[in-house]
Design a protein around this ligand. Structure first.
Ligand code: SF4
Length: 399
């Protein structure tokens, strides 16, 4: 898993749900922090219960993301879940958005045809050029070059079928200088949106983070240059809003456990944080509403409960990288606010004029202030409330 659910508005978790259909995956991506398990597969009653909970909310629009591990390893389950969700949405008169996050190794014309017929948006995990992809996304067995070529073939298939698809790229510090080239390679392969996020669960230096911001700015300008020539391409990043490490999107684990967004993507590096963000089982809940929180509420919840040490340092570092990237790009008019377009055209270095604190208590205060500022700019936020551990979750014995 290297993508955090359907995130049209990265600050809105009122109606989005990611289903981890399986923890099996054919790849062993260098940045994958998920505990992969070939035997962990979601049972159908759990899947249906998760869909029912999503549909029980008040929003007239809901979004469901099929994820993993690699969800196409269980296309049978995906297919049944998708059809069930469609029926449930129809019965509740809700508009349903469907997403699939896939490494694409098993994508073929039949599966793509089914997904297209049902309007699902496909997000292909790829890191850009074949060389970068090969290095960062080796298969569990077999040659890396074959897996990378297979992914490129899948993108060509989608392009040939005339489908708009997204490519999802995770960037290591050593790859920041190649970001614009890698984004261009994915646009050349037919991706209409290139989602570029920094690798989580590792400590970035200021210089590396600055390089990431510059790479993201260069890629955004490259997309703009191509749009000016008529191409329909865009660059997105969780760093345009709430950083992925603080995602407020919810995911349902194979066994039905409710997880707050980033949990599966950092669980090996940050087991304590992953444990903190588990909220009981779908079987025990009547609704997901009591779990909805804003980014600043979630950050405060985490910082109030996480002890000192490496996990806290990683969380703070990854938050600072994401938020300082947003500041750097906003400085140039390249980072859109949620729900609004980026308007700037300025050129020059992507560095913020005054870099924020990098670690420690000052950085934690800066993170909360930045999130509050972001939320104020974004307008009314869903799911406000005191998430102090003494509310619904504890009463229900879920924590
Ligand atoms: S494709 Fe996703 S789940 Fe599989 S190894 Fe890569 S990041 Fe992990």
């Amino acid at each position: 898993m290297d993508r955090q659910g359907p995130a049209e508005d990265p600050l809105d978790n009122t109606c989005n749900l990611t289903l981890i259909l399986t923890r099996a995956c054919q790849l062993a991506c260098a940045y994958c922090r998920m505990n992969r398990d070939p035997g962990a597969v979601m049972e159908e009653p759990v899947l249906r219960r998760a869909v029912d909970l999503l549909m029980a909310g008040p929003s007239p629009q809901v979004a469901l993301d099929f994820s993993g591990g690699e969800p196409l390893l269980r296309f049978d389950l995906l297919r049944r879940g998708l059809l069930y969700a469609e029926e449930a949405a129809k019965a509740k008169a809700k508009r349903l958005r469907l997403d699939l996050s896939t490494n694409s190794l098993l994508l073929d014309e039949r599966k793509a045809g089914f997904l297209i017929e049902h309007g699902a948006r496909i997000h292909v995990s790829s890191d850009g050029s074949l060389a970068t992809h090969r290095r960062n996304r080796p298969p569990v067995s077999g040659p890396s070059s074959a897996a990378a070529s297979r992914c490129r073939q899948s993108m060509r298939l989608l392009a040939r079928l005339g489908v708009q698809f997204d490519a999802t790229m995770v960037v290591f510090p050593k790859d920041v200088r190649s970001m614009v080239g890698n984004a261009g390679a994915l646009m050349d392969a037919g991706a209409s949106v290139v989602q570029m996020d920094c690798a989580l669960g590792m400590l970035w230096s200021r210089e590396e983070a600055s390089g990431f911001a510059e790479g993201l700015a260069a890629a955004a300008l490259e997309a703009r240059r191509r749009r000016a020539k008529g191409a329909r391409v865009a660059v997105e990043s969780s760093c345009f809003g709430n950083p992925d490490i603080n995602s407020v999107l919810m995911a349902i684990e194979t066994d039905g456990t409710i997880l707050m967004g980033c949990t599966p993507t950092i669980e090996r590096e940050c087991p304590g944080l992953a444990k903190l963000l588990r909220f009981g089982s779908v079987r025990a809940r009547k609704s997901l509403e009591g779990l909805r929180r804003t980014p600043s509420e979630l950050a405060r919840f985490i910082l109030d409960r996480m002890g000192p040490g490496r996990e806290r340092a990683l969380y703070v570092n990854n938050m600072v990288v994401g938020l300082s990237t947003r500041k750097a790009l906003a400085h140039r008019g390249l980072a859109p606010l949620p729900g609004r377009a980026a308007t700037g055209t300025a050129s020059g270095p992507a560095r913020p004029s005054r870099p924020g604190p990098w670690a420690g208590k000052n950085a934690e205060r800066w993170i909360l202030a930045e999130l509050a500022c972001l939320e104020a700019q974004a307008g009314d936020m869903p799911g406000r409330g005191a998430w102090d551990g003494s509310g619904e979750e504890e009463k229900a014995g879920l924590r």
